[in-house]
Ligand binder design. Structure first.
Ligand SMILES: *[C@@H]1O[C@H](CO)[C@@H](O)[C@H](O)[C@H]1NC(C)=O
Ligand SMILES: *[C@@H]1O[C@H](CO)[C@@H](O)[C@H](O)[C@H]1NC(C)=O
Ligand SMILES: *[C@@H]1O[C@H](CO)[C@@H](O)[C@H](O)[C@H]1NC(C)=O
Ligand SMILES: *[C@@H]1O[C@H](CO)[C@@H](O)[C@H](O)[C@H]1NC(C)=O
Ligand SMILES: *[C@@H]1O[C@H](CO)[C@@H](O)[C@H](O)[C@H]1NC(C)=O
Length: 539
């Protein structure tokens, strides 16, 4: 009884849970070990390094899971499988290209620990930005070199092979040369390359590829006072001029070898040896290589192409408002290929602005294009501090600060002279200011009359709706005398107003001294008491 369910799970990578089992060889096609009854629980799976939930498949009937495994740092795919044996997933076994479709156990992959910063790792002719987590599959061959040609010297093997989780050699180191050590005589010499005529390119493997006919100066950097270094070369084609440089600023520290009108037969290693026997080499390969003309599709890209010979460069630019997507400089390499694809120009986009958590601030529009703008406003009762807008700059960053909102307040209301605040609807701040919407009601003291609006409101723009009222002095209605009337009849009398007292028929004003015309004085009091009317028979 053999159930065989194959499933293809796109780009799945197993988690370490499922470990390689070297005893399990696909040549043994018979799974003697009990399929009968011992089921496997759903396997743990990962997609692009992230754990994913097992599908709803009922794994109790699954005996084998096939999937595309991402193997190695470049994401190559291989068909792999794991098998359920005795209730345990075993594997993975992966197809080997050369193996005629056979599956083989996947041995452990290798990792780099902390790499020296100057060390450059090449895998399958691709420069790998060494990440300590990147797995290199069993059998992977990597070459390493030091970043700056001639300035560091590689100490160790330049080629490493992954052998079941272990590198074939210790990871090499890059040691600084004389230019970096201030010419100490315990450092290997720096070798600088200068190509005053012709063209050359530093290849990914660290070799210097030179177009035939070029002039190459190799400068061995060494303190002349410590003695003379020596140049040697692997080619037996010809002798080369060597000696200290001529110019005053170079003659004491550059020991030069010159290759004039280089030819393919000049190819080989050129080594500078110090009097102490320390060496550093540059490998030169003279080849007549042309790269195919560059084809730039993007109409926005401006290219300055030196030519299409080995070592020629192309420099690319984008207009303002675009960002260069790709590499700005390409070099024609000895493979006949440019060092990369030509770049494209992508319109600048500023990141979308988000709510910054201020409940009073509102983003009302944003245009993330170059020169696009974003606008903010504040909710009712608040106002922006600073400009309301930001502009998207040519570098894809917003120019300007996100504004803030501060509450709008009206200044402390001033009670009029001879008046006071009767009631304030809304709380005054400690400094006497009021929030938007607060209402303040005024009243006047006795014998004063309120002129203007008795109630003012704090408006959204931080001003009161009206001026505070005035309290003007006034005389109250003094009341009619008994048996008489006053005229005119008003609630209040202004200073200067006077009233005339008229007695009813048969009555006269009692006081001889009285004028019968009391006047309202400037302080709001009457000039005299309202005279009283008495029966004329009693006078
Ligand atoms: C790497 O490049 C060299 C030439 O520089 C070439 O001979 C070789 O085939 C390339 N290897 C791969 C894996 O592409
Ligand atoms: C380099 O060495 C010279 C002399 O040996 C010394 O004067 C100078 O300060 C050194 N420079 C540095 C950067 O160490
Ligand atoms: C950059 O170019 C690559 C290849 O041409 C493309 O896949 C990618 O989407 C581009 N990136 C941007 C941000 O335009
Ligand atoms: C590209 O080349 C130009 C001129 O050749 C040079 O000034 C610039 O530094 C180079 N840029 C990069 C990123 O290599
Ligand atoms: C965004 O701003 C740019 C630059 O001002 C303008 O050309 C474009 O039309 C704007 N886009 C929208 C959708 O308003």
């Amino acid at each position: 009884m053999r159930a065989r369910v194959a499933m293809l799970i796109g780009a799945l990578l197993w988690l370490p849970l499922v470990s390689a089992n070297e005893d399990n060889d696909e040549s043994n096609e018979n799974y003697e070990t009990g399929w009968a009854g011992t089921k496997c629980s759903p396997p743990e799976m990962a997609l692009d390094g992230n754990s994913v939930a097992s599908s709803s498949t009922d794994y109790s009937k699954v005996m084998e899971v096939m999937f595309q495994g991402a193997i190695g740092p470049l994401g190559e795919r291989r068909l792999c499988k794991i098998k359920c044996i005795n209730g345990e997933w075993v594997g993975p076994l992966c197809q080997v290209k050369s193996g005629g479709g056979k599956y083989h156990p996947l041995f452990r992959s290798c990792h780099f620990g902390a790499l020296p910063p100057q060390l450059l790792v090449m895998y399958k002719n691709v420069s790998i930005v060494a990440d300590t987590r990147l797995p290199f599959p069993d059998g992977a061959q990597v070459s390493v070199r030091c970043r700056e040609l001639g300035v560091y010297k590689l100490l160790g093997e330049s080629s490493l092979t992954c052998q079941n989780g272990v590198w074939s050699h210790e990871v090499p180191n890059c040691i600084p040369t004389t230019l970096l050590t201030n010419f100490t005589d315990d450092a290997p010499p720096t070798v600088l390359v200068r190509v005053p005529a012709g063209s050359a390119s530093v290849e990914p493997d660290g070799e210097l590829a030179v177009f035939p006919g070029s002039i190459v100066h190799l400068e061995c950097v060494f303190a002349r006072k410590l003695g003379n270094p020596e140049w040697s070369w692997s080619s037996s084609f010809r002798q080369y001029l060597t000696g200290w440089a001529i110019s005053a600023e170079e003659r004491d520290w550059k020991y030069r070898l010159s290759i004039y009108y280089s030819k393919p037969q000049d190819s080989g290693a050129f080594t500078c040896t110090t009097p102490h026997g320390l060496t550093n080499s540059v490998t030169i390969n003279v080849v007549a290589i042309h790269c195919a003309p560059l084809e730039v599709d993007d109409p926005h890209v401006t290219a300055r192409v030196e030519g299409s010979r080995l070592g020629h460069t192309a420099v690319f630019q984008c207009p303002t408002g675009f960002v260069l997507n790709g590499t700005a400089n390409l070099t024609c390499h000895a493979t006949g290929k440019w060092s990369g694809p030509p770049p494209s120009c992508t319109p600048v986009r500023c990141p979308r602005l988000r709510d910054i958590g201020d409940p009073h601030l509102e983003l009302i529009e944003q245009n993330t294009s170059y020169l696009g703008r974003a606008y903010y406003r504040c909710r009712w009762g608040y106002r922006l501090t600073g400009p309301p807008g930001l502009e998207c700059g040519s570098d894809g960053r917003w120019i300007g600060d996100i504004p803030r909102c501060q509450p709008v307040h009206c200044p402390p209301p001033l009670p009029p002279a001879n008046g006071r605040i009767l009631e304030a609807g809304g709380r005054a701040l400690s400094d006497g200011r009021y929030a938007v919407g607060s209402a303040v009601q005024f009243g006047c003291s006795d014998s004063h009359q309120l002129m203007g609006e008795p109630t003012i409101v704090c408006t959204e723009n931080g001003f009161w709706s009206h001026k505070a009222p005035l309290c003007k002095p006034r005389c109250p209605y003094p009341g009619d005398p008994e048996n008489g009337r006053i005229a005119p009849l008003k609630f209040y009398y202004e200073p200067g107003d006077h009233v005339k007292v008229t007695c009813n028929p048969g009555f006269v004003i009692r006081e001889r001294t009285a004028t019968s015309r009391p006047t309202c004085r400037p302080d709001g009091s009457w000039s005299e008491q309202i005279p009283s009317c008495v029966d004329y028979t009693q006078v």
